[in-house]
Design a binder for this molecule. Structure first.
Ligand SMILES: [Zn+2]
Length: 257
């Protein structure tokens, strides 16, 4: 087959950071190109990758210049590092979440018990109403009206019970995933071989990356921003002083989102 075994000229090459970063001047995507350099004296070929603004915006004449991949990588690593969690911090957050989950589960049980009492009350009222109707104390019209009212109350309580029983802590799972991702950050930032891992991580965190004057900037979604703002801790005693605040911020973000 023609062209087999070598890349076709029009075939897109795999660059880890294309389609990920926007130009900070004109807002267009950053694209990449490679240059192969052959050193005759040592018979060694070397590949250089450059990123540059695709300059597809016809309205803005973008003046941004290229940046080499090797200059981008340490900047991305710095960013990734900022949202990393150490193993002990990760464990601390996980323990907190487990405690919260247990606590919340028992709170939910109490609420569900209360709702079930309300249901019994309504059933009792319905029975009394039927008795009054059968004993000719209330009219048929009155009976039907009141019955409908009780039935709709009953339905709404039943719905609330089933929601509580099905999703008592629906924000906990995404929050666990979030901490697991942050635990990976350290490893990803220090691995400069598997560059696509960095890409995946940056996509996962939803970071809006921009490149201007060879500086890669990022704008994080709230939960990641909260994590990056927290001071780096090295021991738990130190952590006890600040964690409740950042933990509460995160909890709020996740339970509202
Ligand atoms: Zn541009």
């Amino acid at each position: 087959m023609e062209g087999r075994g070598r890349s076709h000229p029009s075939e897109p090459l795999n660059f880890p950071f294309t389609g990920l970063i926007k130009c900070g001047e004109c807002g267009m995507m950053i694209s990449a190109e490679q240059h192969l350099k052959y050193y005759k004296s040592s018979d060694i070929g070397q590949r250089f990758v450059y990123y540059r603004c695709s300059k597809k915006n016809k309205l803005i004449k973008c003046g941004q210049r290229f940046i080499s991949e090797s200059a981008i990588i340490p900047q991305l690593n710095d960013h990734i590092q900022k949202v990393s969690l150490s193993t002990s911090d990760h464990q601390w957050f996980m323990n907190k979440l487990n405690t919260d989950e247990h606590q919340q589960r028992s709170e939910v049980l109490v609420i569900v018990q209360e709702f079930k009492k309300d249901l019994l009350n309504i059933n009792e009222k319905l029975n009394k109403l039927l008795d009054s109707y059968l004993g000719n104390v209330v009219s048929r019209e009155d009976y039907l009206n009141r019955k409908e009212k009780f039935m709709s109350e009953k339905k709404s309580i039943e719905q609330r019970i089933s929601t509580l029983e099905l999703f008592p802590n629906k924000w906990l799972e995404p929050m666990r995933e979030f901490f697991d991702t942050a635990l990976e950050a350290n490893k990803i930032a220090s691995d400069n071989i598997n560059l696509f891992q960095k890409r995946e991580f940056l996509k996962k965190t939803g970071s809006n990356l921009t490149l201007k004057d060879r500086i890669v900037d990022w704008h994080l979604p709230d939960q990641w921003a909260a994590l990056s703002r927290r001071p780096i801790s090295r021991n738990r005693v130190e952590m006890a002083g600040f964690e409740p605040a950042s933990e509460n911020t995160l909890k709020q973000i996740f339970s509202e989102g």
